[in-house]
Design a protein around this ligand. Structure first.
Ligand code: 62D
Ligand code: ZN
Length: 372
């Protein structure tokens, strides 16, 4: 019996999209789903109450950052991540692989794992598949991600092939090290760069290892959108229908819709929270850079069609003032709105799949948001 079980509710008649339910130890998640990112055990500037208020069902936290600070042993002493941050719904932790690889020249990859220097104090560390599982076990997340290598883009074919084969060996080591399969699920991650045959090879190797869910990694790493969509569509066909599919690091509205249409169930992205902090909002009329002077005396709501706390109470002029004055409330109000916007988008996507009109919904959305 796995800690996490996927229930396929309905397949869309217009596309490869699906409605599903993900049963986890901390509750049931309706998919397709967008997961707000809480890198350091907090979705920046949001309280758990506010996250629930806007409809967050599951949040993501980052193994590398929490291992570095405050340390997974401390969080274990605190009773685990749910207790530490007072979030009683599901948590997914990534394995730190992506962060460690984005440390660039400060790291060395071997069969054993990855040696790197801390971004905080330069101290030397080695993360192995076993260590990544140990850290995530201490954090107590509902879903832990395998330790993998996200191949850089671009990367030559030989490198990508060797890398994906090592990622498969690392996944087996993660599974062997994963003891409490009743309380925590381990998801495997498919690699293979932008090479369709290598994507097939990786998907077959990774799914040959029986797990409750699988992620598509190595995308949203700077490649053109049409390549991402093409590789994604190719890769999904080698993933089992009865398991959730998680596309890592994807979250702009167009990418979410294109991903759902190709059969993806789970997404995460720092975009909505990151652009909020620098004064950009995603609205039903498209992007609004609210820090622009044009909004200085605009006393209308940020998004007339939005039901969030920010749009019910404040004007663009006020939010612009807060952002210009670098007031913390500015970042908070835009974060509330941007997260609500994406969570609401996914609610509407789930309804559209239910009514077999997802492609029509996408058409309408693109006309308003992207004016095309
Ligand atoms: C769980 C850690 N492993 C892991 N994280 C990832 C995070 C990503 N984030 C983005 N774009 C923002 N692409 C990603 C790929 C991977 C990937 O291939 N692997
Ligand atoms: Zn709003």
């Amino acid at each position: 019996m796995y800690a996490v079980r996927y229930e396929l509710i309905k397949e869309c008649k217009q596309s490869g999209a699906r409605l599903g339910r993900l049963h986890t130890p901390h509750g049931i998640i309706e998919t397709p789903i967008f997961m707000p990112v809480g890198t350091q055990a907090t979705v920046k500037s949001m309280t758990p109450e506010e996250l629930k208020e806007i409809g967050s069902q599951i949040i993501l936290s980052n193994t590398y950052h929490l291992y570095m600070r405050p340390g997974h042993e401390l969080i274990k002493k605190a009773g685990g991540l749910h207790e530490f941050m007072q979030w009683d719904k599901p948590i997914l932790t990534d394995s730190g692989g992506f962060q460690v690889f984005s440390l660039g020249p400060l790291r060395k990859i071997t069969e054993e794992g990855v040696e790197f220097r801390s971004h905080l104090d330069g101290s030397r560390h080695t993360i192995t598949p076993e260590k990544a599982v140990e850290i995530q076990t201490a954090l107590g997340s509902d879903i832990m991600m395998a330790f993998d290598e996200c191949a850089p883009y671009p990367a030559d074919r030989d490198y990508v092939k060797k890398s994906l084969e090592r990622t498969t060996r690392w996944l087996q080591r993660c599974k062997d090290a994963h003891k409490n399969t009743e309380n925590q699920a381990l998801f495997g991650i498919v690699q293979g760069g932008m090479y369709k045959d290598l994507r097939e090879q990786s998907a077959r190797e990774i799914t040959a290892i029986d797990l409750p869910g699988y992620a598509i990694g190595g995308l949203s790493v700077g490649e053109p959108k049409d390549i991402m969509y093409d590789i994604l569509g190719h890769t999904v066909q080698f993933l089992p229908e009865d398991k959730p599919r998680y596309l890592m690091g994807v979250g702009s509205p167009d990418d979410l819709l294109e991903g759902v249409i190709r059969g993806v169930d789970m997404f995460d992205c720092v975009l909505p929270t990151r652009i909020a902090r620098n004064g950009t909002a995603m609205t039903s009329q498209g992007k609004v850079v609210v820090r622009n002077a044009t909004y200085a005396e605009d006393f209308s709501p940020l998004d007339p069609e939005c039901d969030c706390y920010t749009c019910r109470n404040y004007t663009k002029a006020y939010i612009r003032h807060l952002i210009k004055a670098n007031e913390i409330l500015g970042a908070r109000l835009l974060t509330i709105h941007n997260l609500r916007f994406l969570l609401k988008l996914m609610e509407n996507v789930r309804i559209a799949i239910h009514e077999d009109r997802l492609l029509d919904f996408k058409e309408e959305f693109f006309k308003k948001y992207y004016k095309k």
